[in-house]
Design a protein around this ligand. Structure first.
Ligand code: ATP
Length: 249
């Protein structure tokens, strides 16, 4: 169940990304705006136009996989998920079963419960708030029960309670053997909840290590140009930024 890349690149956007992702773990991809996080995640899903190099899933180049097989194995949530046409929440989530060609009621129910969507199932998607819609789109991915869950900023529009519910659920998926790869802007979420952080800057991997190493304060200062320090107990840390100096003149 390994997912590996070799010299993965997209001209002008991603350079020579080589890594081996582990099933059963949560990996966070972090970095400043424009660093190449979404490009890397999309390429990992085999969906990035113009990508060169290799993405290998269990020894097979994903470019060789039939799209339906690839979709069964890799669930991908893009950054700004669009809903092409209006339908009920349950029907949209059920689309996650398409690669399997079955109804998958228990998987759909499980995804609905994981994302706390029980009271929304009959609602048209067009009537949901942004955060509610984001949860539905993620539930569609989970309903497909993929081996790999690749999600681009899945926490971005969720309130605090739903962020933690989702992180707990993704951790449970990893504990059950799935590989979880998340683009995260929230460095504290990455530090506290990921097993590993891949840090990108200007299209290059500048760190690939356990969160405390990849997100050391010195590295954050170099990459994000923000000085500060980690505070709080392990597992509940926050990054406290130092005030920016202002010119007195
Ligand atoms: N379709 C495109 N064509 C050309 N360049 C693009 C395209 N999409 C993104 N880029 C550029 O590629 C680089 C990487 O973009 P990417 O979306 O991967 O960054 P990111 O790290 O996910 O950024 P953010 O945190 O802002 O979402 C950026 O410089 C971006 O402007």
């Amino acid at each position: 169940m390994s997912l590996q890349t070799q010299s993965l690149g997209v001209d002008g956007r991603l350079v020579d990304a080589t890594m081996a992702l582990e099933p059963g773990t949560v990996t966070a991809i972090c970095g400043p705006n424009g660093a190449g996080k979404s490009t890397l995640l999309t390429a990992l899903a085999g969906l990035q136009d113009g990508a060169h190099g290799d993405v290998v899933l269990d020894g097979v180049d994903i470019a060789q996989l039939e799209p339906r097989e690839r979709a069964r194995r890799i669930g991908y949530l893009p950054q700004d998920g669009e809903v092409a046409w209006d339908m009920s929440v349950r029907n949209l989530i059920a689309l996650g079963r398409l690669p399997h060609g079955d109804q998958g009621d228990s998987a759909i129910d499980c995804a609905i419960s994981a994302l706390d969507l029980g009271s929304f199932t009959g609602r048209p998607v067009s009537t949901l708030s942004g955060g509610e819609r984001a949860r539905v789109l993620l539930a569609r991915v989970l309903a497909g029960e993929p081996d790999w869950i690749l999600a681009d900023e899945p926490l971005a529009s969720l309130d605090l309670a739903h962020q933690f519910t989702l992180i707990d659920h993704l951790r449970a998926q990893a504990d059950a053997g799935a590989g979880v790869v998340l683009v995260l802007h929230d460095l504290a979420m990455a530090r506290n909840h990921a097993d590993r952080v891949v840090l990108l800057d200007q299209g290059r991997i500048v760190a690939d290590a356990k969160p405390d190493k990849a997100l050391a304060a010195r590295t954050i200062a170099e990459v994000f140009k923000v000085n500060g320090e980690w505070i709080g107990p392990v597992g509940q840390m926050a990054f406290s930024c130092y005030p920016t100096k202002k010119d007195s003149g």
